[in-house]
Design a protein around this ligand. Structure first.
Ligand code: TPP
Ligand code: NAG
Ligand code: NAG
Ligand code: NAG
Ligand code: NAG
Ligand code: NAG
Ligand code: MG
Length: 687
C-alpha cells in the first residue's frame, strides 16, 4: 500500500514530543532527547503498522515492541497512553515517582504494554531476537495452511549505546544466521550519546557490520520529517521474509530544542525558556501542560480499534482452528494459560541408592531427554558446549532456517554459538513471549554464566523462567584449571534477588532441581552440575530436595552437623563415616538451593541445621555467604588449579579426611568456649 499522509500526522508527532517533554520536566528527571527525536518514527510505526490490542495487552499474536534504548521510556509511556493502555495522564505526571507505573526505565509487569525490562543497553536488542525466535518457532509449530496463528513482527528501537554493546552484536550475528525475517530494528542514528558526539568512540560503519551479519540494512536520511521514507522502509522490512532488517534512521536528538543535536538534551530536563519556545514552535500553548488535542485522541482511538479488530479476527481464526486441529488448539490454550502439561512431573526419573555413580550433568541430560517428550514448550540450547553440557536430547531437531539443511523453525534445540551473554539475553526474550508458550533451557560451563551476568540479572528482575544448565561446576572439572573453575560465581548469583541457584548432589536432587526450575514460573534457575561422577545418596528424594535443604544423614546427639552442596555432600558423608569410626557422631545436611530453603518454616530449617552442635559447611567455592548457615567453613578463597580433580580437591583440603579434621577442631573449639551452641539460624530468626 502506498503511503497516505494524514493531515494530523504532524500534530500527533508534536503531541508526542510535548507530552514527553512535560513528563520529563514534571519529574525534573529523565531523558527528553531520544523521545523528541524518535517521535516521528514512533507515530508512523504505531499508526500504520503495529498490531496490538490495548484493551488486552496479552493478546498472544500481537506484534512485539521493544525499546532497547530504555532511557527513552517517556516516549513509550506517552505512546501507551495515547493508544489507550491503562496508562493515564496522571501516571505520566507520576513519572519516576515512588510506586508509580511509570518507573525510570521500562519494567515488564509494572506497566501494561511493556514487553521486557530495558535500560541496561543492548539487552533489549537481544530480547527482541528472542521474541522473534519465539514467534518463528510457534508459527512453524502451529500454523497450518490458511491458519496463520503466529505470524507477527517484533519491532525494536535501538540506539548508539545498544549498538556499542557486545551483547547486541552477539544477538545480531545469531539473528542474521537464523534469517529472522520477522525482526525489524530501528536504529536511532542521532550520532550522540552521553559523552557527546559518537565521533569520539564509535566511528565504525554500522551498516556494513549488519550487512556482514546478513541483515537487510535500509536507510532513512531524514528521520525528523520524511514520513513517507520511514513508511517505505518499514514496508520493505516487512516484505523481507528471510533476513532481519536494520533501518538506520538519521534523527536529531532533542528535535525542537535550542540544544538539539547535542548531548545536553540526552538526559536532563530542558530549561524553562527552551520548553516555552519548543511549545510555541510546535503550536502548543506554553502555559498548558500534558495536552492531547482531540484530533490526536481520535486518531489513536482508531488505531486501538484496529488492534481490537485484529484480535477479534484472530479469535475467530483460532475457533475455526480448534474445530480442525483440536489437539494443537488445546496445547496452545494450555500454554497461553501458563500451565505445564498434566502429569508432566511423572517423567522426572527417580534413582536408587544402588544406581551407578553418574555426573549430575549426565543426569541432567537424562532428565532433559525425558522432559522433552512431555513438555513441548521446553526449548533447549547451548553456547557451543553441546557435547560436554549434554543439553541436546536424542532426535532433537535444531532450530535453524530450512535453507541451511541443518534443521527448521520447529526445532527445539538452539545453537547459540559461543555467545553466553547473547544466549542469556535471547533466552529472556524467548521466556518473555508469554505464558508457557516457551520455556528456555540454556547450557554452558558454570564459570561462563558470569559472562552473561547482565542478562541473568534481568531474568531475575523481570521474573523470567530461564533455566541455566551450568556444567563443570567446580574444581572437580580438573585439568582445565583455574580459568574454568568457578570460585565466586555461585556467591554472586546467590546474592542476586529472585534467582534460584541449585547444586544437586545426586539423581533425585537433580530431578528436584528440574521440578522446581520448571514450576518456579517467575524465577530463573541456575543448575550447577558436576563434570565428575557422583554416587547416589542413601536417602535423597525429589520431595525432600525440593525443600532446598534436608538431612541426608541423621544422628542423635551429634557432636557436629556438616552441611554441603553438590559434589561435596559425598565428601561430607565420608567425613561423617570417619568421625563415627573415631567415636564422634556427625549429621550431614544437603543444601541444594539456599533460596528455596530460606522459604521453609523456621521449625523446618532448624530441624535441618539445629542448635546444640557446631555446623561446618563444605563447598568447593568461596566461603562468602556460608555464615548464614554455619559456624565454620571449608571452602576455597583463592583461584583453583590445573590438575586431575582428585589432586585439586586434595590441594584445597576438601577430602573426607580433611573435613573430619576440621570437624574435630570445630567441636574442640566450642567445647573450650563452654557455652551453648546456637545455630546461626537461631540468631537470624530472633533478630
Ligand atoms: C549497560 C549500560 N551502560 C551504561 C548505561 C548508561 N547510559 C544510559 S543512556 C547512555 C548513552 C546512550 O546513548 P544512545 O543510545 O545514543 O542514546 P541517546 O543519547 O541517543 O538517547 C548510557 C551510557 C546504561 N543504561 N546501560
Ligand atoms: C485454503 O484456502 C484456499 C482459498 O480459500 C483454498 O483453496 C484451500 O483449499 C484452503 N486449504 C485448506 C487446507 O483448507
Ligand atoms: C499478522 O500480521 C500480518 C501482517 O500485518 C497480517 O497480514 C496478519 O493478518 C496478522 N496475523 C493475524 C493472525 O491476524
Ligand atoms: C530417590 O527417591 C525415591 C522416592 O522417594 C526413593 O525410593 C529412592 O531411594 C531415592 N534414591 C536415593 C538415591 O535416595
Ligand atoms: C537412611 O534412612 C534409613 C531409614 O530411615 C536409616 O536407617 C539410614 O541410616 C539412613 N541413611 C543415612 C545415611 O542416614
Ligand atoms: C545427545 C547428545 O548430543 N549427546 C552427546 C553428548 O556428548 C557425548 C560426547 O561427550 C556425545 O557422544 C553424545 O552424542
Ligand atoms: Mg544516540
Amino acid at each position: 500500500m502506498p503511503f497516505q499522509a494524514d493531515k494530523n500526522d504532524q500534530l500527533a508527532i508534536n503531541t508526542i514530543r510535548t507530552l514527553a517533554l512535560d513528563t520529563v520536566n514534571k519529574a525534573n528527571s529523565g531523558h527528553p532527547g531520544a523521545p523528541m527525536g524518535m517521535a516521528p518514527i514512533t507515530h508512523l510505526l504505531f499508526s500504520r503498522f503495529f498490531n496490538c490490542n490495548p484493551a488486552n495487552p496479552h493478546y498472544v499474536n500481537r506484534d512485539r515492541f521493544v525499546l532497547s534504548n530504555g532511557h527513552a521510556c517517556a516516549l513509550q509511556y506517552v505512546l501507551l497512553h495515547l493508544l489507550g493502555y491503562k496508562v493515564t495522564i496522571d501516571d505520566l505526571k507520576q513519572f519516576r515517582q515512588l510506586d508509580s507505573i511509570t518507573p525510570g526505565h521500562p519494567e515488564v509487569g509494572v506497566t501494561p504494554g511493556i514487553e521486557v525490562t530495558t535500560g541496561p543497553l543492548g539487552q533489549g536488542f537481544a530480547n527482541a531476537v528472542g521474541l522473534a525466535i519465539a514467534q518463528a518457532h510457534l508459527g512453524a509449530t502451529f500454523n497450518k495452511e490458511n491458519f496463520s496463528l503466529f505470524d507477527n513482527y517484533t519491532y525494536m528501537f535501538t540506539g548508539d549505546g545498544c549498538l556499542m554493546e557486545g551483547v547486541s552484536s552477539e544477538a545480531a550475528s545469531l539473528a542474521g544466521h537464523l534469517k529472522l525475517g520477522n525482526l525489524i530494528a530501528i536504529y536511532d542514528d542521532n550520532q550522540i550519546s552521553i559523552d557527546g558526539s559518537t565521533a569520539i568512540a564509535f566511528t565504525e560503519d554500522v551498516s556494513k557490520r549488519f550487512e556482514a551479519y546478513d541483515w537487510q540494512v535500509l536507510h532513512v536520511e531524514n528521520g525528523n520529517e520524511d514520513l513517507e521514507g520511514m513508511y517505505k522502509a518499514i514496508e520493505e522490512a516487512r516484505a523481507e521474509k528471510h533476513k532481519p532488517t536494520l533501518i538506520v534512521l538519521r534523527t536529531t536528538i532533542g528535535y525542537g530544542s535550542r540544544d538539539q543535536g547535542t548531548h545536553s538534551v540526552h538526559g536532563n530536563p530542558l530549561k524553562a525558556d527552551d520548553t516555552v519556545q519548543i511549545k510555541k514552535k510546535f503550536g502548543f500553548n506554553p502555559e498548558e501542560y500534558f495536552v492531547v488535542p482531540d484530533e490526536v485522541r481520535s486518531m489513536y482511538a482508531s488505531y486501538a480499534k484496529r488492534g481490537a479488530e485484529h484480535e477479534q479476527k484472530w479469535q475467530a481464526l483460532h475457533k475455526e482452528y480448534e474445530s480442525k486441529f483440536p489437539e494443537e488448539a488445546a496445547d496452545i490454550a494450555r500454554r497461553i494459560e501458563g500451565k505445564l502439561p498434566t502429569g508432566w512431573e511423572k517423567a522426572l526419573p527417580e534413582f536408587k541408592p544402588t544406581d551407578d555413580a553418574v555426573a549430575t550433568r549426565k543426569l541432567s541430560e537424562m532428565i532433559l531427554a525425558k522432559l522433552s517428550t512431555v513438555v513441548p514448550e521446553l526449548v533447549s540450547g547451548s553456547a557451543d558446549l553441546t557435547p560436554s553440557n549434554l543439553t541436546r536430547w536424542k532426535n532433537a531437531v535444531d532450530f535453524q532456517p530450512k535453507e541451511t539443511g541443518l534443521g527448521d523453525y520447529t526445532g527445539r534445540y538452539i545453537r547459540y554459538g559461543v555467545r553466553e551473554h547473547g544466549m542469556g539475553a535471547i533466552a529472556n526474550g524467548i521466556a518473555a513471549y508469554g505464558g508457557n508458550l516457551m520455556v528456555p533451557a540454556i547450557g554452558t560451563f558454570l564459570n561462563f554464566v558470569s559472562y552473561a551476568a547482565g542478562a541473568v540479572r534481568l531474568s531475575a528482575l523481570s521474573h523470567l523462567r530461564v533455566i541455566w544448565v551450568a556444567t563443570h561446576d567446580s574444581i572437580g572439572l580438573g585439568e582445565d584449571g583455574p580459568t574454568h573453575q568457578p570460585i565466586e560465581t555461585v556467591a554472586h548469583f546467590r546474592a542476586l534477588p529472585n534467582c534460584n541457584v541449585w547444586r544437586p548432589a545426586d539423581g533425585n536432587e537433580t530431578s528436584a532441581a528440574y521440578y522446581m526450575a520448571l514450576t518456579s514460573t517467575r524465577t530463573p534457575s541456575i543448575l550447577c552440575l558436576s563434570r565428575q561422577n557422583l554416587n547416589q545418596l542413601e536417602n535423597s528424594s525429589i520431595e525432600k530436595a525440593s525443600k532446598g535443604g534436608y538431612v541426608v544423614r541423621e544422628a542423635e546427639n551429634a557432636a557436629i552437623t556438616l552441611v554441603a552442596t553438590g559434589s561435596e555432600v559425598a565428601i561430607a558423608l565420608e567425613a561423617a563415616e570417619l568421625l563415627e569410626k573415631s567415636g564422634v557422631k556427625a549429621r550431614v545436611a544437603s543444601l541444594p538451593c539456599w533460596e528455596v530453603f530460606r522459604q521453609q518454616s523456621d521449625d523446618y530449617k532448624l530441624s535441618v541445621l539445629p542448635d546444640g552442635a557446631p555446623i561446618l559447611s563444605v563447598e568447593a567455592y568461596t566461603t562468602m555467604g556460608w555464615a548464614e548457615w554455619s559456624h565454620a567453613h571449608v571452602g576455597i578463597n583463592t583461584f583453583g588449579a590445573s590438575a586431575p580433580a582428585k589432586a585439586v580437591y586434595k590441594k584445597f583440603g576438601i577430602t573426607g579426611e580433611d573435613v573430619a579434621k576440621r570437624s574435630q577442631k570445630a567441636i574442640d573449639y566450642f567445647k573450650k568456649l563452654g557455652h551453648p551452641v546456637y545455630s546461626p539460624l537461631t540468631q537470624s530468626i530472633n533478630i
